[in-house]
Ligand binder design. Structure first.
Ligand code: NAP
Length: 295
């Protein structure tokens, strides 16, 4: 069997178009333009590239993008003061603080300071708690993207056996909560799991969020399963002497057994920004007492 490739780029582009349609409707019917503030501390080149893409796509979707670039040496006090100003600014519906933050800053303290209604990353404990208890919440973007990709193959995940490898607060745990909400039967595996290959082989839906290049082998995949690879790992290229990006799944072998699989790059990655736009739109609707958007 050769797996169907789940085209994350195309699905992300479709999602951004849906967001843009809703944003245009908001502007036309309610004179509301959602605003996303992105806070970048220091000059991490990868973060700068990522923040640049976010800005471009926010503007393309018809939203306002406001960037705050702070020096690497900024104090926690000054960063928290900026967050307080953004919380109070009615033109801002979403606040995203690019992680990681420099050592002098307690990232959890910064996340806790963001107004939960503007927490478009979905990392605030209130949103995490709401998600865990089945209440409406702003949900972390990468797991939300994973669900959209899985549902592009199986519109109903109800009753399917889902295995999530990884239990981080930003991917594994919220993904498991979203899968429970979809009525999947969920196993969360991690570094202490016994016989991980056997656990993975049970999965109709296999999600890899480990951060280890090609760790999930082809013969760990149940024939016909849907495989969603969250991993982004940079490894030396055997041919060019440069580096290349691979996922957490051995894509070549896994795609011989899976029913459908996400490539890396071009799978989950593009969905993260698309879902950030979805969350910003949702926040803007909620802030103006409007019903949730149709996306
Ligand atoms: P993380 O915080 O480092 O968590 C990794 C998880 O993998 C942990 O729960 C860890 O278990 C588990 N793990 C590590 N080694 C393992 C092993 N040998 N067997 C089983 N489980 C193992 O990573 P993360 O932030 O969730 O990110 C995971 C991957 O996704 C990374 O490659 C990251 O770059 C990527 N990512 C991509 C996007 C995107 O937009 N596509 C967004 C976020 C992250 P323990 O808890 O037991 O230590």
């Amino acid at each position: 069997m050769t797996a169907k490739i789940i085209d994350g780029k195309a699905i992300a582009a479709e999602t951004r178009v849906k967001v843009a349609v809703e944003v245009a409707r908001l502007a036309r019917d309610h004179a509301v333009v959602p605003g996303l503030a992105v806070v970048l501390v220091g000059n991490n080149p990868a973060s700068e590239v990522y923040v640049g893409s976010k800005k471009k796509m926010t503007v393309e979707a018809g939203m306002k993008s406001l960037d705050h670039q702070l020096p690497e040496t900024v104090s926690e006090h000054d960063l928290l003061a900026l967050i307080a100003r953004l919380n109070a600014d009615p033109a801002i519906n979403g606040i995203l603080v690019q992680l990681p933050l420099p050592r002098q800053i307690d990232a959890q303290k910064v996340i806790n300071a963001i107004d939960p209604g503007k927490d478009v990353d979905g990392f605030h404990p209130l949103n995490a708690g709401r998600l865990a208890t089945g209440l409406p919440a702003l949900v972390p973007c990468t797991p939300l993207g994973c669900i959209i990709l899985a549902k592009s193959i199986q519109p109903s995940l109800s009753g399917l056996d889902a295995v999530v490898v990884g239990r981080s607060n930003i991917v594994g745990k919220p993904l498991a909560a979203l899968l429970i909400a979809e009525s999947a039967t969920v196993t969360v595996a991690h570094s202490k799991t016994h016989d991980l290959p056997a656990v993975c082989r049970r999965a109709d839906l296999l999600f890899a969020a480990v951060g280890r290049p090609e760790m999930i082998k082809g013969d760990w995949v149940k024939p016909g399963a849907t495989v969603i690879d969250v991993g982004i790992n940079r490894i030396p290229s055997a041919t060019s002497g440069k580096t290349r990006i691979v996922g957490d799944v051995d894509y070549g072998r896994a795609s011989e057994r899976a029913g459908a699989i996400t490539p890396v790059p071009g799978g989950v990655g593009p969905m993260t920004i698309a879902c950030l736009l979805v969350n910003t739109l949702r926040s803007a609707c909620a802030a103006h007492g409007l019903p949730p958007p149709a996306v």
